[in-house]
Design a protein around this ligand. Structure first.
Ligand code: DC
Length: 347
């Protein structure tokens, strides 16, 4: 056995002794059960309570559970501006057989918000972010994912990978039959790395090769083919089944994840979107002109919203967000708040 640390936190609805002891006791039991711990395994437990909780010492809940030999200590929590209210935090040191990386930390009630990266299984959250090219989806999705510890899935990168394959293998992407006949040879995988998600095409990392205007045009074309969509939508749903995700695309809220907990549809004036995309490509060293990008985006807007299968459309239950006059920070904060609202409602 080795010494391990287990974290936990919970919130209470009222500042009463009963509420504090009940919720703390419940939290401690969950932390022990999830990590298969017995009373005698526990070395010590540190508790903090926010200043709005002053009717009981949370540590008393441990004694009520029969944890008698462990050292227990209560502290006041730091008064950080905007911090979660009526919150009890716990750090338990214990003997355990498993590695620290296998330890399960437990966040209950409103405290789930403190570790959104740990939301799993029944608490998993899916966020669908749809909108036309250049509306800022990917920039925003990356920031939201980073802040909440979600996985960002860029579905456009998957259509781009198919287009890249066609261009690379001299297959005419305008010829549906030719593309479909090669679909079985196209294997796309998403790899989580320290540099974020990487997109593998038949084992090769193509993440940085699929941003050219030529690939953009090809992606918009192959995305009109039913068989291509079916293959990629299956992969996208598989990605969302494992973890909390924020997924961006054109049909996420309407088709890929119709039950997503949070849906946002981002729009913006086409000139503003073209300007953003032009600046983004310039930064990446891809030579093009603003006029070329504007034309490309107008063409893709038309293709994406007029195609037969799963066209670009706002889901009825999606929030509409016009980002033309919003800063990146404002859009990110808005979406993070929408997600937090959802998590609180689930309590
Ligand atoms: O978001 P993007 O520019 O990387 O997407 C490239 C193309 O892929 C876009 O023109 C339309 C298509 N696409 C789609 O049809 N459905 C999605 N869910 C994502 C992208």
């Amino acid at each position: 056995m080795s010494t391990r640390a287990v974290r936990g936190a919970t919130t209470v609805k009222e500042n009463t002794r009963g509420a504090i002891l009940t919720e703390t006791g419940f939290l401690l039991r969950e932390m022990m059960e999830k990590n298969s711990l017995k009373n005698e395994d526990i070395i010590c437990i540190l508790f903090t309570a926010t200043e709005d909780l002053n009717t009981a010492y949370p540590a008393a809940a441990a004694r009520e559970l029969g944890i008698v030999s462990a050292g227990l200590l209560d502290y006041p929590e730091l008064k950080v501006k905007g911090g979660l209210k009526m919150c009890i935090r716990v750090l338990m040191l214990t003997e355990a057989i498993v590695a620290q990386s296998e330890i399960k930390h437990v966040y209950l009630n409103g405290a789930k918000i403190l570790r959104t990266d740990l939301l799993r299984d029944e608490n998993r959250v899916a966020v669908a972010l749809d909108g036309p090219a250049g509306s800022g989806k990917s920039t925003i999705a990356k920031l939201v994912a980073k802040e909440l510890g979600f996985t960002y899935i860029d579905t456009g990168a998957m259509y781009r990978s198919v287009a890249f394959y066609c261009i690379d293998k001299d297959i005419d992407y305008n010829n549906e039959l030719q593309v479909i006949s090669r679909l079985d040879n196209i294997n796309i995988a998403v790899l989580s790395t320290k540099m974020g998600q990487r997109y593998l095409l038949n084992g090769d990392d193509v993440t940085d090769l699929i941003r050219s205007p030529e690939v953009s045009e090809g992606a918009s074309k192959v995305a009109t083919y039913k068989a291509v969509r079916e293959k990629l939508v299956a992969l996208q749903r598989e990605c969302a089944a494992k973890q909390s995700v924020i997924m961006d695309g054109r049909d996420i809220g309407t088709n890929v994840l119709p039950n997503a907990e949070v849906k946002v549809f981002m729009e913006g004036q086409v000139e503003e979107r073209a300007k953003r995309r032009f600046e983004e490509l310039e930064l990446k060293g891809i030579t093009t002109t603003y006029e070329e990008i504007l034309e490309d985006i107008k063409k893709r807007d038309y293709n994406d919203s007029h195609r037969e299968h799963n066209p670009l459309r706002k889901a009825e239950d999606a929030v509409l967000l016009d980002t033309t006059h919003m800063t990146i920070e404002e859009v990110k904060d808005y979406i993070v708040e929408e997600i937090k609202k959802h998590i609180k409602e689930e309590e």
